[in-house]
Design a protein around this ligand. Structure first.
Ligand code: FAD
Length: 498
């Protein structure tokens, strides 16, 4: 019988029940269920999310099914890498991660493996994004190494190289929880709260709801992973403006019939050059597109770039307005016409082989079709900053879409996002090393950031299996001294006159 812990004995019955819940946890596909089963496992085993070396070995000793062991093998193989220093390199660090999107969760995994105390806050109550992401090969390899297939057997099987955002979040969330990260949902980050010299408190944050216990959490690293809106203040952004570009996404229910199974996917790269197809589509339907992608995943997912005149002709856009925000505003879009437009484009491009397309339901209980403008894209001028107040230093780092908004037709979002997550964790490691000054850490982070926007599947190191936190394992042309510490003085905002 396992020994008593924390005043309560974990009985053999508890362990058996926890193992039972673990099977449900592995199969769970909703945020509520994943967190619910996880809580039950922790309650039975008398465990609380904690630093990696204090949590994971205990959990592992109790959960012993073959599925559990297969996962531990994957996690152990990763955790032993020397870059994590046996999970003890950053035990003094406390990391707040804003947003449980793919990149926030990916960053949480690395910070946890470094031994930091990691807390993730996510404002949503559901994982409901059906949209499907094309993944670069290294991302598929990375996720396999984290046990993706153990959670989701169909993960990137055969030639499939895509996954829905919600499924990707499910996988990463489960990894994060099993490693001991603390996750709070329906909690929205509002702003940073400076250290209080009288109360002797460190950096904290204000959240909605304001009374949530996480508002007592003190941290020395904050990661902005809340997507392109980026609520972490203090970062300047550059805008890249192209010609007007309007995208439409549509998700239809995959009923998994034989007829549906026979329909071929459309990879964007191949189709972008197929002018004949677009001409025929226009002649037959009046729909004028620049590109279209179709992936068969949990849903039938279509994403296309539509030309404005055809949207007006087809009655999707009611009035031609110069201001893009107003052009695509709720009042100026006929949703029924938009649904018809998406269905017609989907039907034509799949040769009418799926006659009964039925919209999946989105976060708001509506048919899952959306139209948005991607004329402008944003990138943060800098990836990192340090704030110092009353002697307390805070490292701030952006990752994912908050850092660099992707041009979606290239499918670069998660790939560059994951690279930024690994780079952020490398910066946390440098921050904790005790051998680098804040300016050194900033200079190193900014040097590496200069490479991110140039990355393609071809110019990254092809040895995907050897990727680690160490940036040189991923970027062949790395120069960590491209930005010198003195050039980052503007990124160190301190109230200390020295
Ligand atoms: P997000 O996925 O945006 O996650 C941010 C999270 O933060 C969300 O869960 C949000 O609820 C939460 N949040 C926001 N504010 C707060 C707050 N204040 N407090 C707490 N939580 C908060 N990428 C690819 O790799 N391949 C593709 O094929 C691809 N296709 C795309 C097609 C389209 C049409 C679009 C629009 C994007 C596409 N992308 C693609 C990009 C991809 O979706 C993003 O790069 C990816 O989702 C970014 O992940 P993230 O974690 O940075 O941000």
């Amino acid at each position: 019988q396992p020994p008593p812990r924390g005043g309560r004995t974990v009985t053999a019955k508890d362990v058996a029940q926890a193992n039972d819940y673990f099977e449900h946890f592995l199969n769970a596909t909703s945020l509520k269920n994943i967190l619910g089963y996880y809580r039950s496992i922790c309650e039975h085993l008398n465990l609380k999310p904690n630093h990696f070396p204090l949590f994971y070995p205990k959990l592992k000793s109790y959960l012993t099914s073959w599925r559990a062991k297969a996962l531990w093998k994957k996690f152990d193989a990763r955790a032993v890498h020397k870059c994590y220093g046996k999970g003890k390199l950053c035990t003094s660090s406390r990391v707040l991660i804003i947003g449980a999107g793919p990149c926030g969760l990916r960053t949480a995994i690395e910070a946890q493996l470094l031994g930091a105390k990691v807390v993730v806050v996510e404002k949503r109550d559901r994982l409901s994004r059906h949209n499907v992401l094309h993944l670069w090969p290294f991302v598929i390899e990375d996720l396999r190494a984290l046990g993706a297939k153990k959670f989701f057997g169909k993960f990137c099987a055969g030639a499939i190289d895509h996954i829905s955002i919600r499924q990707l979040q499910c996988i990463l969330l489960k990894v994060v929880l099993l490693l001991g990260v603390e996750v709070h949902t329906e909690v929205s980050f509002e702003r940073l709260v400076e250290p209080d010299p009288i109360e002797k408190t460190g950096w904290k944050a204000e959240f909605k709801p304001s009374t949530h216990p996480v508002s007592q959490f003190e941290f020395d690293v904050v990661i902005g992973a809340d997507g392109k809106r980026n609520t972490l203040q203090g970062f300047k952004r550059k805008e890249f403006r192209g010609k007007l570009a309007i995208a439409i996404t549509a998700n239809f229910i995959n009923k998994r019939t034989e007829a549906e199974a026979r329909v071929e996917e459309i990879s964007g790269v191949a189709f972008i050059f197929n002018q004949k197809f677009f001409k025929e589509l226009y002649e037959a339907t009046g729909i004028d597109l620049e590109n279209i992608v179709y992936y068969k995943d949990e849903t039938h997912y279509f994403v296309m770039t539509a030309k404005k005149p055809s949207l007006i002709e087809k009655g999707v856009i009611k009035q031609d307005l110069a201001d893009t925000e107003r052009l695509l505003s709720l009042e100026n879009v006929n949703r029924e016409a938009l649904m018809d437009y998406a269905i017609e484009a989907a039907n034509f491009s799949t040769h009418y082989q799926m006659p009964d397309l039925e919209f999946a339901v989105n976060h708001y209980g509506q048919p899952d079709v959306a139209m948005f403008d991607f004329t402008s894209m944003y990138a943060a001028e800098n990836a990192s900053k340090v704030l110092e107040r009353n002697g307390d230093k805070l490292l701030m780092i952006l990752v994912g879409d908050s850092l660099l908004e992707p041009f979606w037709p290239t499918g670069s979002g998660c790939a560059r996002g994951f690279l930024s997550s690994l780079d952020a964790a490398w910066a946390i490691r440098s921050w904790c090393s005790g051998t680098m000054t804040p300016l050194d850490v900033l200079a190193e982070r900014e040097s590496i950031y200069r490479l991110l926007g140039q990355t393609t599947p071809d110019n990254l190191n092809k040895e995907w299996k050897s990727y680690t936190l160490e940036p040189a394992t991923r970027y062949p042309n790395l120069n960590k001294n491209m930005v010198m510490p003195l050039q980052t003085v503007g990124l160190f905002d301190s109230d200390d006159p020295k």
